[in-house]
Design a protein around this ligand. Structure first.
Ligand code: PLP
Length: 350
């Protein structure tokens, strides 16, 4: 049973997740979880806050009713594809950043897995906008997912039906509010990024994220903030949930899809912004030693936005670097529709 300190930690842990009081049997389980992962760092907790509606297979249902059966195929075999998008507050109301590109990637992910998609890109765009509007929030995180639903079991996915849902909730900065200024501590993971002939990195699929979660939790338990993943050749792929950029000799370099990175939409936005700011940007392979002697390193993704890296495997990296800060500032304006040349990226919901 937990001691006094653990008991009080439990109370606040429970409170943070809104799980309220639990049966005594569960307490032991929670205590074990705490001894293994306990931390007071807020950025580790990313709780979900309910919003009024979730779009499920064409209908907006109440948040509490957006449920699936325990025999949902994807729950057992990990065959699903998803996106993470952000709606930002703009002068014209909430707008989803690069919504069309995200929905195209969702379709491409499904195509790679051979999953039929029952909705067109245009239908999904309309559904995402409608779901954001039900929140009445100025901005939120948006999570579309397509998965194989209830009715079939076994590894033959051919008879399975694809279900689709889109949920929105307010979600803070994934690596912490101070990730840009203070930077994050990185660890090269002992887990290897899955390869093109195991779990294709071009598809943003649910099952692949087992690999990312193993790396993330390993890094957190070792006292770091985030994991950098190498591919089977030992070259840099990406982070557990972000793309990575390294500045060496004044040139900004980010690993391509062939290195095992997701083709990040933020990565693409950052490359465009950086080139427009006059920087030399390249998609190229990177070795871990490139990180140890980098002038600057930053990470980017929809959830994390742009964050600085302050060390890799305890080797300090100058942070926050001037290139990182310049790109982050422009990105923050672009997503809010404040930069004319990037207005097409900002897709208004109403
Ligand atoms: C593994 C991984 N790499 C990169 C990214 C960044 O992708 P994007 O910028 O499209 O959000 C993500 C974001 O979900 C991710 O999970």
């Amino acid at each position: 049973m937990p001691g006094c300190a653990e008991q009080s930690a439990l109370v606040s842990w429970s409170g943070r997740y809104r799980i309220g009081s639990r049966a005594a049997g569960d307490l032991h389980h929670q205590a074990w979880a705490l001894t293994w992962t306990s931390s007071s760092d807020d950025h580790r907790a990313m709780p979900v806050t309910p919003t009024p509606k979730i779009w499920m297979n064409g209908t907006l249902v109440d948040w509490a009713d957006a449920k699936v059966h325990v025999l949902t195929h994807s729950l057992h075999y990990g065959m699903g594809v998803f996106e993470g998008m952000r709606a930002y507050e703009t002068s014209g109301g909430p707008a989803i950043f690069r919504l069309t590109d995200h929905m195209k990637r969702l379709h491409n992910s499904a195509k790679i897995l051979g999953m039929p998609m029952p909705y067109t890109v245009d239908e999904l765009i309309a559904a995402a906008k409608a779901t954001v509007m039900t929140t009445e929030l100025p901005g939120c995180y948006v999570r579309p997912i397509a998965y194989l639903g209830y009715g079939e079991m076994g590894l033959n996915t051919l008879p399975c039906k694809t279900d689709v849902s889109i949920a929105c909730w307010p979600w803070g900065a994934y690596l912490g509010e101070d990730a840009l200024e203070k930077g994050v501590r990185m660890k090269i993971s002992s887990w290897v990024r899955h390869g093109h002939n195991t779990m294709p990195p071009a598809a943003k699929m649910t099952g692949s994220y087992v690999n990312s979660s193993l790396a993330k939790v390993e890094a957190l338990n070792a006292g770091y903030d985030e994991a950098i993943m190498l591919n089977a050749q030992g070259l840099i792929a990406e982070c557990s949930g972000e793309n990575l950029f390294v500045v060496r000799n004044g040139v900004i370099v980010t690993p391509p899809l062939s290195s095992g990175a997701l083709e990040g939409i933020t990565q693409d936005s950052v490359m465009t912004i950086a080139r427009d700011l006059g920087f030399d940007v390249r998609l190229s392979e990177l070795a871990r030693s490139d990180l140890y002697i980098a002038e600057e390193i930053f990470v980017c993704g929809t959830a994390a936005e742009v964050g600085s890296v302050n060390s890799v495997d305890d080797r300090p990296v100058p942070c926050p670097g001037p290139i990182t800060l310049a790109i982050a500032a422009e990105y923050a304006k672009a997503v809010r529709g404040q930069v004319d040349k990037y207005k097409d990226w900002v897709e208004h919901c109403s």
